[in-house]
Design a binder for this molecule. Sequence first.
Ligand SMILES: Nc1nc2c(ncn2[C@@H]2O[C@H](COP(=O)(O)OP(=O)(O)OP(=O)(O)O)[C@@H](O)[C@H]2O)c(=O)[nH]1
Ligand SMILES: [Mg+2]
Length: 306
Amino acid sequence: MFGFFKDKFEDLKHTVSNTAKTLVGNVLTNIDTSEEQYSEFTLDDIEETLISADLGVNYASELVDDLRSKKNSKPAELKSYLKENFIKTLNEAGTTELNYVENALNIYFITGVNGAGKTTLIAKLAYKFKQSGKKVLVAAGDTFRAAAEEQLNIWSTRAGADIVRRDKADPASVVYEAIQKAKNESYDVILVDTAGRLQNKFNLMEELKKIKTVIDKQAPESLRESILVIDANTGQNGLQQAKVFGECVNLTCAALTKLDGSAKGAIILAIAKEMKLPVKLVGVGEKMEDLKPFVPEDFIKAIFEE
Ligand SMILES: Nc1nc2c(ncn2[C@@H]2O[C@H](COP(=O)(O)OP(=O)(O)OP(=O)(O)O)[C@@H](O)[C@H]2O)c(=O)[nH]1
Ligand SMILES: [Mg+2]
C-alpha cells in the first residue's frame, strides 16, 4: 500500500459528467418512475441502454434479470439499486490501493494498447514517487518506436527519475539491466514502459511475456503491480484488451486514463465484473500531476451526479 495520494478524488463530478449522461442519465430519464412494477418493455429498455453505455452484455442482462426476479422492485428505486450494485461490483474486484512495500524494490509493469497512455502514466507515477522521496528508475522497454525512448527520457528528467535505455535493444534486456542497476544502487521503484504496438499482436504478447519472465527470475519478490492501462474512451473493446493482456502478463490492476475527455468510462464496471480487475489509478489530464487514486464510492457518486 502506498499513501501518496494526499489529494482526493474530488472534482470528479465534472470529469465524469459524460459518463453520467450516457450510463445513468439515459437509463434513468427514459424510465417511467410511476410504474408500480417493471414492465417487460421497461426492462428491455434498461438493458439496451446499459449495453450501449458499455456495461457489457453479461452484466447488463444480469442486472435486468435480477430486477425482474425481485418481487418488490420498483422503477422509482432503480437509481439506488444501480448505485449499490455498481459499488459492490467495483469493491468485489479487489482493493484499489496501489501495492507498495517500504525498504524493498517495487516494480510496476505497465502494459496496454497503443496510445492508451502508458508512457504518460509512467511519468505521473515517477513524479508521485519522487515527490514522496523515493529513488525511482524508469526502464525504457518500448524500443520499437524511435520517439518512444526520447519521450520517456524527457518525462523522466522532468520528474527527477533516472532511466535505463538502449536504442533498438531487446526490451527484456533493458529491463534486465534496470533490475541489476536498481539492486546495486538501492532503488525503491522501477517503472517498466512497454510498446503498445509491434508488427503484430503475437509479437507484442511474446515480448511482454519475455519481460515478465525476466522480472520473475531477476527479482522474484518485487513485482508489485502488473498494470493494464485503459483509455476511458474505449468501449467494449476494453474487455477484450483485459482478456488478452491478462493471459500473458497476469494483470493485477487497471489504470483508467483520459477520464477528463468525453469518456464514458463504464467499461471499468464490465472489467471489474468479468475480470475481477480493480482500477487503482485514474488519469485526468496530460500533465504529471494529473493522476488520482480510484475510489469506487466517489466514482459512482460522481456518475450519479451527487
Ligand atoms: N487528456 C488526457 N490525455 C492523456 C491522458 N493520458 C495520456 N494522455 C495523452 O494520450 C496520448 C498518448 O499517451 P502515451 O502516454 O504516449 O500513450 P502510450 O500508451 O505510451 O502510447 P504508445 O507508446 O504509442 O503505445 C498523449 O497525447 C497523452 O498526452 C489523460 O489522462 N488525459
Ligand atoms: Mg508509450
